[in-house]
Design a binder for this molecule. Structure first.
Ligand code: HEM
Ligand code: HEM
Length: 282
């Protein structure tokens, strides 16, 4: 893998920032706010940010990155699809419960529903996410779907996946700001009480997490190699130049090349870097 050290650094950073964000959101609701309960009160509302940050932000981010982990490249593609789909479905369940919690809280307190930009963009993201899962399952897990359709749909799948993920990050930042403005009365948000500063830092961490996920997921050198290349590399396990501890799957061979940035003449002659057929997807 090209720039392996940079990849490892970004991966450690993304997981650490994600964990710290979860710790921050838990400390926010347990220490600064009313804690967690399912009773129609403010403690029920608090499930909303907790489940969003844990599920819709962190688990979704990891789901997007699983194909990029070089240690998984020896696993079958079907196994990786099941992990990717499973984590995305788990993230969807967290998001759905978090939205139920806020609706329940609004209804119990007689607060109108769906009046804010935050709620519009947020609900749209949840619905589109459900649609992305349904289409992903039909196109990539139903065995009768033709390979040509899978390849043609891949750029749309990746684009819409990243668009939904970045919208979720934006929605979370809007939600955090709204909650601080509504919740801080004495002292007010503008007076920068400790809670405001703490939760502003949470917002910065969420943004950083999103930026790192998008960076790793869009770097062409870190794509999972094609199945064909994986099996050819497995057959050449003895070749020390190609397999450095199982990590060199992306090195150019004379006949195939996974890494579009690598100096591989065959690849340059035969395909465009973003040729959907070159993706490992299908
Ligand atoms: C309300 C979705 C993140 C704070 C809502 C509502 C939805 C929603 C659909 C409307 C509920 C109703 O009308 O009864 C989302 C989604 C998020 C997200 C999809 C994922 C990114 C957050 C975060 C916070 C937050 C991290 C931080 C506390 C709020 C607040 C409301 C609310 C204060 C009530 C005011 C309003 O309706 O705008 N959210 N939310 N949200 N959310 Fe979020
Ligand atoms: C790849 C997002 C659901 C199958 C990707 C990528 C993203 C993404 C951003 C690009 C990853 C990369 O280039 O390394 C999402 C989101 C989903 C979702 C946000 C849920 C809302 C699904 C489902 C399936 C699926 C249910 C069904 C199996 C795939 C496949 C790839 C992929 C096969 C290609 C990986 C590769 O290049 O090797 N997805 N996805 N996705 N996704 Fe999804």
């Amino acid at each position: 893998m090209k720039n392996y050290k940079q990849f490892l650094f970004l991966l450690v950073a993304v997981v650490s920032v994600g964990f710290v964000s979860i710790v921050f959101v838990l400390r926010w609701v347990l220490y600064f706010k009313e804690g967690l309960a399912w009773d129609g009160g403010p403690a029920e509302f608090n499930w909303h940010p907790v489940l969003i940050v844990t599920g819709f932000v962190f688990i979704q981010g990891i789901a997007i990155l699983v194909y990029r982990l070089p240690w998984t490249w020896k696993c079958s593609k079907l196994m990786m699809k099941l992990i990717h789909a499973g984590l995305n479905i788990l993230a969807f369940v967290f998001a759905a419960i978090s939205v139920v919690a806020v609706f329940d809280f609004h209804n119990a307190a007689d607060i109108p529903n769906m009046y804010s930009l935050h709620s519009w963009v947020g609900l749209a993201a949840v619905i589109l996410y459900g649609l992305q899962i349904a289409l992903g399952l039909c196109v990539y897990l139903v065995p009768i779907t033709p390979g040509s359709l899978r390849a043609a749909f891949m750029p749309v799948h990746v684009y819409s996946g990243l668009l939904i993920f970045t919208s979720v990050i934006a929605t979370a930042l809007m939600g955090i700001t709204e909650k601080l403005i509504f919740g801080l009365k004495n002292p007010k948000y503008k007076d920068s009480p400790p809670e405001a500063t703490f939760v502003n830092v949470l917002g910065v961490l969420i943004m950083l997490f999103g930026a790192l996920v998008v960076r790793i997921a869009t770097c062409p050198s870190w794509k999972r190699p094609s199945e064909q290349l994986v099996s050819s590399q497995h057959n050449n396990k003895g070749d020390a130049n190609r397999t450095m501890g199982g990590m060199a799957l992306s090195t150019c061979s004379p006949t195939d090349c996974y890494d579009p940035e690598a100096n591989c003449d065959t690849r340059k002659r035969n395909s465009k870097p973003d040729d959907p057929g070159q993706r490992s997807t299908v």
